[in-house]
Design a protein around this ligand. Structure first.
Ligand code: SF4
Ligand code: SF4
Length: 216
């Protein structure tokens, strides 16, 4: 009867195995360390890293989101919830006909794939490099529109407010509007139950310094 051929690697005598194990340890001692001291030392992410989302604004502060829900339809994880509403001359949040009244992203579902930002026709939705999203509460992982909206920069006024005089929606997308028109005032958020008096006393003609958050 023919003998079974011996498998490669099984030919070593047993006493060599521990020595071979130490060999692996010895070689690893001279390799470059890969351990990162997170969170004390944070590595810079790649420029196109997919982190937390951001809802962008036009240069005068109006919102770019038009409430079309294309991002929600594109999402494979069903993580986005959008409710659109009509702008009016008395309460305008975006230059077009519609705006995103309710906008939520559920980070317990989101896989940060970026399909939603590809689907957005107005570049209202982009992704930041922020990755520290962990939380022990499910409710805290649902980010609201207020949390996702970009901060206000110089020359921006908190919506609702009128469009730049003499411009239309197309001018905004062509980049013709570079800031809020002088004297632009915040309108009352009537759909949120705010009255004109309240809006005037809260903001007046100028945004209070504490409301201005620089950085998009
Ligand atoms: S990044 Fe992907 S999973 Fe997350 S909300 Fe956008 S489409 Fe959905
Ligand atoms: S973020 Fe973009 S795709 Fe989503 S509702 Fe707003 S405009 Fe539409």
């Amino acid at each position: 009867m023919a003998e079974e051929p011996q498998e490669a690697g099984r030919a070593k005598p047993g006493f060599q195995n521990p020595v071979a194990g130490f060999g692996v340890t010895f070689k690893a001692m001279f390799k470059k360390r890969l351990t990162e001291q997170y969170p004390e030392q944070q590595k810079t992410t790649a420029p196109r890293f997919h982190g937390r989302h951001q809802l962008n604004r036009h240069p005068d502060g109006l919102e770019k989101c038009v409430g079309c829900e294309l991002c929600a339809w594109a999402c494979p994880a069903d993580a986005i919830y959008v409710e659109g509403a009509d702008n009016t001359d008395e309460e305008r949040y975006s230059p077009g006909e519609r705006y995103g009244r309710v906008y939520q992203i559920n980070y317990a579902r989101c896989i940060l794939c970026g399909l939603c930002i590809e689907a957005c026709p107005t570049r209202a939705l982009t992704m930041t490099n922020e990755f520290e999203l962990a939380d022990s509460s499910r409710a805290n992982l649902i980010y609201t529109k207020e949390q996702l909206l970009a901060g206000l920069e110089e020359d921006m006024v908190e919506p609702p407010h009128a469009m730049y005089p003499g411009t239309d929606e197309q001018d905004y997308y062509r980049g013709a509007v570079t800031g809020a028109a002088p004297g632009t005032t915040r309108q009352a958020a009537r759909s949120e139950g705010e009255d004109v008096q309240e809006a005037a006393s809260t903001f007046g003609t100028q945004e209070p310094a504490s409301k201005k958050v620089v950085g998009r």
